[in-house]
Design a binder for this molecule. Structure first.
Ligand SMILES: [Zn+2]
Ligand SMILES: [Zn+2]
Length: 182
């Protein structure tokens, strides 16, 4: 069991006959949001379309959904939102079946129930799809390292003079005195 959102699909209506398939529309309630403060999927109900396919030694489940992720630009902290198409696959082998035709790109687990648990495949796919370093625009110039002004809104912004405190320190240094003045 995972603590995250739960996605379990009933496979009883799928014919156990290679080639048979069944479409299932599911809704995954996301109560706590997924991801982190950089980029996350906010709480809400996520519709997922799932395709179950009977193969010789098991059931292949493919899920597809689209999420709206939101977060903050890593350079300027402006809000960022992105629509992310997500898909995932999980292969459930019949108990005891020697898997002959393992799906290359699907995680394989033994089928322990007619209710197929896609929770972790769903969770991993969503979290992996979230960008690690989202930016509000590809060439976001970020913030001025000196004063924190938003550089995108301040064309040509720069600082002509050094901070006066530093020139005072330089004077002390040049005179050989301690700034503490004992
Ligand atoms: Zn930005
Ligand atoms: Zn500045």
């Amino acid at each position: 069991m995972t603590d995250g959102p739960s996605l379990v699909v009933d496979s009883r209506k799928l014919k156990r006959q290679p080639g048979a398939s069944l479409k299932v529309d599911a809704v995954v309630p996301v109560t706590e949001g997924m991801g982190d403060e950089v980029m996350r999927v906010p709480p809400g109900d996520l519709p997922v379309s799932i395709l179950l396919e009977s193969v010789l030694d098991g059931i292949l489940a493919t899920g597809e959904l689209e999420v709206s992720a939101e977060g903050a630009c890593v350079r300027c902290l402006n809000p960022v939102s992105e629509e992310l198409p997500i898909s995932f696959r999980q292969f459930f082998t019949y108990p005891g079946a020697e898997s002959q035709e393992e799906a290359d790109d699907a995680d394989t687990v033994e089928m322990t129930s007619e209710d197929l648990d896609l929770s972790s495949a769903f969770h991993d796919a969503v979290v992996l799809a979230l960008p690690l370093s989202p930016t509000c625009q590809p060439d976001c110039p970020g913030l001025c390292p000196d004063c924190g002004v938003l550089l995108a809104e301040a064309p040509g912004h720069r600082h002509e003079q050094q901070d006066p405190r530093w020139s005072d320190l330089a004077k002390w240094r040049d005179s050989g005195q301690s700034p503490e003045g004992d």
